[in-house]
Design a protein. Structure first.
Lengths: 129, 595
């Protein structure tokens, strides 16, 4: 792509900001974000990530965006997964093995219920937003 | 169907044992009786921290945080908060006591953490530059290039009070000004990502989670000091961080945020990676520069400082990853936003890798001035298995052991130095009653002796001698004289070593002698290790009255040191016993004792 000018950068930022602030980026009604730092991957985040994709495909759910991110800081509970469903508070789950990953799809995304015993607290307020 | 509200009840061990389960039942009953079953979901969570203030209740989506909630409070929470929408203020967490507390924009919040460095970690996709840009990424660079002169940038940084997070705490703005003051010509900007302390992974996580923040900071630094070239020196053992950095550099170059004439400003800056082979000493800046030049990584005497004579003899600024991650935010939000966070001498936040005998180990970021107690007990959820806190080690092998009496010391560079430790790069290892202090000191010395480059005698010989004395003490062969010798050697190493590695290597010894002398004396005089860690001081004995002759111990003993007939009391042959402790673990009748 061509090099950005100052105006291009500002325009790009505005556009992306709007897209990120929307709860439905890319016209999806939910986002599942998997922590994929070395720590998460060592604890099985890749398997978790793949299971989420498989489960969504198997159930023919196309309105969920699955993303990766860095370490969320919960080393004691890796792998960690954040789930943002429209109309529900964003929640971080810890110790998400493949079984819990399926449960997240079935219970949280489809039945819109939070799952017991795995929620971690957001560690800090966001200084950017 | 969708719930309107969610009541989260902490399901951590401490909360549950504090009538947390009864609280869940009481809340469920209230919800049912008030016909709210389709509006409110009661959810048990993992440990939310703040265990001493448990049980914790959190209500979403409004994010209300209640502490010390009893089953009797369930009715009020439902009646007032859920039905009438009025916060039950007597149950709110009072954060006013927290020394490191910051209220940003007047909003008080219960969290002990405050994330500047980790602002994007766990939020953005590190492989997507657009997500970084959307979260005000490269806006600091934009401001710097088009609204500020290089000297303004340095002045802003000086006002912010940012100090080096690699451990030494040198003011970053001052460091930049030294290099900027050198005559024009080739200058270099280097990022030190050679994180090597055992138990430390702050920099790795930052690079993996938010690589662009480092690139942006380096470009800002390059503009400020007049450097057109940057190097990131990162250890080869961090393959994922390297991947993400390479990808980030390619994306930023593609967008023209690195390279020639950035955003049409006329400023050009490029970044290359240099991989280290995992030598601890290469984290020392002169050794790091030697390694980038392709030479053996050994420190050189300073002065001349790298800011005057660094890479290939040219002025060079070296900053640690965490230091740099603060820079874009300072340029974006201003020095006067940043310098309101922290203590009088130390501004901003610190990232710690919290590990050891703590329930919620993790990567945390707290305002300077937060106490160890808040970190270990509120964020870390206390000591594992309800054991007693014995010590915390900050600064890895270069730091000191901090005893319980300093748990309430607000953390900053000066206060940690005063109590015999250092800030260090951010490893924070928690020890409990099962850890043996001389044994831990031995572990750290073992590491530094292994990693000493051998160039200067105080470090090379002194470290080895210290390790020998510690080994002797842990083996039960120590003498009172050894203690004095250790003190003398530590002092000499600290004063005479060439670089930071040797100068600080004796810190674990000095600090532990200062605060835990009784444990050393026990090892020397009583030949006793209270933690049961030092094998040569242990004896496993079978109590003939308790032993039922089940043969379980005899079967697991790897050296056949346990003799005895079936259904008869067994005996351990002390000559053969290797103190592996397996008999102790396997005995169901508490017949094996350890002393």
């Amino acid at each position: 792509m061509a090099k950005l000018t100052l105006d291009d950068l500002r325009k790009l930022r505005d556009e992306k900001q709007k897209a990120m602030n929307m709860r439905d980026p890319e016209n999806k009604s939910a986002q599942i974000i998997v922590g994929m730092g070395t720590c998460g991957i060592a604890a099985g985040a890749k398997e978790t990530f793949n299971t989420i994709i498989e489960e969504l495909t198997a159930r023919d759910i196309s309105n969920v965006l699955v993303r990766q991110t860095g370490c969320m800081g919960f080393c004691h509970s890796e792998p960690t997964v954040e789930v943002i469903v429209e109309g529900m508070p964003a929640v971080i789950y810890g110790n998400v093995d493949t079984e819990l990953a399926r449960k997240i799809i079935n219970r949280h995304v489809i039945s819109r219920k939070l799952i017991d015993n795995h929620i971690c607290d957001k560690p800090a307020m966001d200084i950017i937003r | 169907m969708a719930y309107k509200q969610y009541i989260l009840v902490c399901g951590g061990t401490a909360c549950e044992s504090n009538r947390g389960i009864a609280l869940v039942d009481a809340l469920k009953k209230e919800v049912e009786e008030n016909g709210l079953i389709n509006d409110v979901q009661i959810v048990r969570t993992g440990c939310l921290g703040f265990c001493e203030k448990g049980p914790i209740v959190k209500i979403l989506p409004e994010d209300t945080f209640y502490v010390e909630v009893r089953p009797e409070d369930a009715s009020e929470i439902i009646q007032e908060h859920i039905i009438k929408g009025r916060v039950v203020s007597r149950l709110l967490y009072d954060n006013a006591q927290s020394k490191g507390n910051v209220a940003i924009d007047g909003i008080d919040f219960y969290q002990k953490q405050f994330r500047i460095v980790l602002r994007n970690c766990g939020v953005i996709d590190p492989d997507k530059i657009d997500e970084y840009i959307a979260r005000d990424g490269y806006k600091g660079l934009e401001r710097v290039l088009f609204e500020m002169q290089p000297e303004d940038v340095i002045e802003e940084l000086k006002i912010s009070g940012l100090r080096g997070r690699g451990g030494a705490g040198f003011p970053t703005g001052v460091k930049w000004s030294f290099a900027a003051a050198q005559p024009d010509g080739q200058k270099y900007m280097v990022c030190n990502a050679d994180e090597g302390d055992p138990g430390a992974y702050m920099d790795r996580s930052t690079l993996e989670g938010d690589p662009h923040s480092i690139l942006e900071a380096m470009a800002i630094a390059g503009y400020a000091i007049g450097a057109s070239k940057g190097f990131i020196y990162i250890r080869a053992e961090y393959p994922l961080a390297i991947d993400r950095l390479e990808n980030a550099i390619a994306q930023a170059t593609d967008y023209g945020l690195l390279g020639e004439n950035i955003l049409g400003s006329g400023f050009s800056f490029t970044i290359e990676l240099r991989l280290g082979a995992g030598a601890f000493v290469c984290g020392e800046e002169t050794a790091l520069l030697a390694s980038i030049e392709g030479k053996r990584g050994m420190p050189a005497p300073r002065p001349p400082f790298p800011a005057v004579k660094g890479l290939w003899g040219r002025p060079t600024v070296i900053n640690n990853v965490e230091t740099l991650a603060n820079v874009p935010v300072i340029m974006l939000k201003g020095a006067n936003w940043f310098n309101k966070i922290g203590t009088a001498t130390t501004k901003g936040t610190k990232v710690f890798a919290l590990t050891g005998k703590v329930n919620n180990s993790g990567l945390i970021e707290v305002p300077m001035g937060t106490t160890l107690r808040e970190i270990i007990f509120d964020i870390g959820g206390g000591i594992k298995n309800g054991k007693e806190f014995k010590a915390a080690q900050t600064g890895g092998p270069s730091g000191g052991m901090i005893p319980p009496k300093f748990l309430d010391t607000p953390i900053d560079y000066e206060s940690l130095t005063k109590i015999g430790s250092i800030m260090g790069s951010g490893g924070l290892i928690v020890m409990d009653e099962d850890d043996c202090i001389p044994d831990v000191a031995k572990f750290y010395l073992d590491f530094t002796v292994d990693e000493s480059c051998g160039k200067c005698a105080p470090c090379r010989i002194g470290g080895r001698k210290l390790l020998n004395y510690l080994t002797k003490i842990c083996d039960g062969k120590g003498t009172a004289e050894d203690i004095q010798n250790m003190k003398d050697i530590s002092e000499a190493m600290c004063r005479a070593s060439l670089c930071g590695l040797g100068q600080t290597a004796s810190n674990p010894v000095t600090s532990s002698l200062r605060y835990f002398m009784d444990e050393y004396i026990e090892h020397i005089d009583d030949k006793k290790c209270r933690a049961g860690k030092c094998k040569n001081l242990l004896r496993y004995i079978i109590d003939p009255h308790k032993c039922v002759g089940c043969t379980a111990c005899a079967r697991v003993c790897p050296v056949q040191a346990i003799q005895g007939e079936r259904k008869q009391a067994h005996v351990i042959d002390q000559e053969l016993c290797i103190k592996c402790g397996q008999c102790f673990e396997v005995c169901k009748f508490q017949a094996v004792s350890r002393s």
